[in-house]
Design a protein around this ligand. Sequence first.
Ligand code: TUI
Length: 316
Amino acid sequence: MIKTELCELLGIEYPIFQGGMAWVANGELAAAVSEGGGLGIIAAGQAPPDWLQTEIQKLKRITQKPFGVNIMLLSPYVEEIMEIIIREKVPVITTGAGNPGKYVPRLKEVGTKMIPVVASVALARRLEKVGAAALIAEGMESGGHIGEICTLPLVPQVVDVVKIPVIAAGGIADGRGFLAALSLGAAGVQMGTRFMCASECTIPLAVKEAIIKAKDRDTVVTGQTTGHPVRCLGNRFTRELSRLEREGVEADELIKLGTGRLQMAMVEGNVTNGSVMAGQIAGAVRRVEPAAAILRDIVETAESEWKKLSAYFRGI
Ligand code: TUI
């Protein structure tokens, strides 16, 4: 048993979110995580609004439990997506890659809780002031679009300046990471990479196998010069991108080259030429298993690790 204020705030059993991963986190995965007691999140990514509508309906057919939608603020469809969120009375939205402050008043009217991802203390302060229900402090160990600070220094610095619950993300895939996050003052965690290997996750098996095969140093960050640094598994695509970046190729050209690559990996299963976004903890993900088993494992491991730690303080 583990309960934090986040469980009460959102009506969930475990304070564990499944990250809103574009082209990965659909209604099926999110429903499995929510049904397993965590918070499943459908990622709107840059998909057209009717895709999101369908996925929400799919999820609602599988589970009655609370769920979330992740809004990638660089999406051209943000306004239409907000309309769907409001119409469907989605319980929680998480946001990434920008500042969602201007949407808070509309969301509050329908009771949708806004939980933005922040990668800095300054944005955390700002978004608490405008009415965020909680914050996800995401370190640069994460997969996908990242900030500059690691989870270990970011989480306590965010916790120290806000009163709302903080969820730690980046570099967490098991009960030890979960317990460490709680020790830093977080009220919960968000995990992406481990849930990519959930049985209910519909990405091609080749991507799951690439994650399971990955070792500690197998992720790389590309796109530093474009202003949108992205972490993914190193492959032919990232080597080519890094070479062009070193040669000083313009950001516009690099962005063009990256377009469609996430879909190539996550839908077509092309792990050589696609962008296999995954976090540094990929090296610790060992198998494909149901989302509910992942959630149980995290909580059970955290509890046994907690007992081990408390023995240190009792001098045993
Ligand atoms: O958003 C993510 N992860 C993502 S989004 C994505 S799709 C994409 N693909 C290519 C280029 C860009 C995006 C893949 N992975 N995580 C949450 C996150 N948000 N990480 C960092 C941030 C962030 C960054 C800057 C949040 C706010 C911010 O600044 C806003 C401001 O105004 O200060």
